[in-house]
Design a protein around this ligand. Structure first.
Ligand SMILES: [Zn+2]
Length: 134
């Protein structure tokens, strides 16, 4: 199921003009990204496009362009705010979701000093749980 989900997302992104190499997340986060894109399509149909989707510092980063042409300043700003808040909500949620499988995840530091969000099963050997204030 994983490969299919990944290819589906890749295809979707390519159709929106994003380069495949600008997608670098684990399988576990694909449903979140799919859901986010659906919500964005409802909120700003035809006005947004993804530019890069990746993991950074153990969290999802979702970059996009938003086109507010033809809207008043007020409408444009309002749309920016609503899109931004949708995206940050999902980015925030990613810190609790295993990037590998989508189960409940926790912040961990690997032996090599990388920060990752993974479930117990996918925790790399020798990694340490982060305290909540790390
Ligand atoms: Zn997992």
């Amino acid at each position: 199921m994983n490969d299919k989900a990944y290819l589906g997302l890749m295809e979707n992104l390519r159709g929106r003009g994003m380069q495949p190499m600008d997608l670098s997340i684990g399988f576990g986060w694909i449903p979140m990204v799919d859901g986010l894109m659906e919500s964005l399509d409802e909120l700003a149909p035809g006005r947004w496009k993804p530019t890069q989707i990746k993991e950074k510092f153990r969290g999802l980063r979702f970059y996009y362009d938003l086109d507010t042409e033809g809207l008043s300043d007020e409408e444009g700003n309002g749309l920016h705010d609503r899109v931004r808040s949708l995206v940050s909500e999902v980015e925030k949620r990613s810190y609790l979701v295993c990037e590998s499988c989508g189960a409940d995840g926790k912040g961990r530091a690997t032996r090599h000093g990388h920060y990752v969000t993974l479930c117990d099963e996918h925790a790399p050997e020798g990694s340490k749980l982060l305290r909540s204030d790390d």
